[in-house]
Design a protein around this ligand. Sequence first.
Ligand SMILES: Cc1cc2nc3c(=O)[nH]c(=O)nc-3n(C[C@H](O)[C@H](O)[C@H](O)COP(=O)(O)OP(=O)(O)OC[C@H]3O[C@@H](n4cnc5c(N)ncnc54)[C@H](O)[C@@H]3O)c2cc1C
Length: 309
Amino acid sequence: MEKADYDLIIIGGGPAGLTAGIYAVRARLNVILYEKLVPGGQIIVTDWVENFPGFPEGISGMELVDRMVAQAKRLGLKIENNEVISLDISGPVKRVVFPDGAITAHAVILATGAHPKKLGVLGEEAFLGKGISFCATCDGPFYKNKVVAAVGGGDTAVQESIYLTKFAKKVYLIHRRDQLRATKILQERAFANDKIDLIWNSVVTGVEGSDGLEKITVKNIKTGEFKEFPVDGCFIWVGILPNSGFIPDTIKKDEYGFIITDYKMETSAPGVFAAGDGRSTPLRQIATAVGDAAIAAFSAEHYIESLKN
Ligand SMILES: Cc1cc2nc3c(=O)[nH]c(=O)nc-3n(C[C@H](O)[C@H](O)[C@H](O)COP(=O)(O)OP(=O)(O)OC[C@H]3O[C@@H](n4cnc5c(N)ncnc54)[C@H](O)[C@@H]3O)c2cc1C
């Protein structure tokens, strides 16, 4: 067996990375986790988590992060702050590269998750952080008694729109279809909330304002009609894209860039595993991320063991 700095390197410190870390330290692997921001991933921007088992009343995203990080650290997981910018997997020992150096390991778990998709409409870039947001937890309180739009129809869009009604006097929930994709319990809550006004079969085609956002233009895709909505903020939840730009093409990905794995969470490159939202998978949630990660760490442990024989 060739020498390497670590048995296992985990890239990404969201729920998937932290879970992989918990399993790996308990398997007594020599492991390190790298996170480019702060550990927690997307749950840092999640107001309230109601569908992760073990918390009968639900739990705030931030508290869940704190608990996961505390658990991983108590068990001895080493967490370092650095961004992985490339990966050399051409040999049996994998080389993980940072802006300021590189380290090696026998196996790697990619747990780099995803980031929100933008609308791609005129004016959007100019109002990022000045009325356009992807995070209700971070920015919702700025919209007390104001009018906001929320774009999307999945779980995140509906749940976060409901949260926004704690502050905003009206939330236009704009969805391109004639029914929501969100879980039924969330739909029922949205329909029962008189601050939420559903705008069906519609897409946002433009955003305008001066110092801050002032109005959005919405097109009804059934009738072709355009309508302007005066809003103070616009929250976008129209899907996510993988953080997989640094991952070499030798690792197979789907058409959107999500990493393809087998049932053991192993990628097309031996010894490289993937877990969580960055993986090509039908459901992207905390429960699925932690499930993937447990399998990935278990598979990585067996892979490393097999190198010794
Ligand atoms: C607003 C919102 C609400 C949500 N609500 C719920 C909910 O109620 N219930 C639920 O189950 N799920 C919810 N989700 C989804 C859930 O947050 C994700 O499924 C989960 O966080 C995925 O975990 P992950 O570890 O795979 O990825 P992420 O959480 O995306 O974490 C990936 C981590 O990797 C890091 N990273 C990326 N690239 C690099 C790199 N090159 N080098 C180093 N680090 C890197 C990132 O900084 C990030 O911390 C919500 C998501 C959002 C955005």
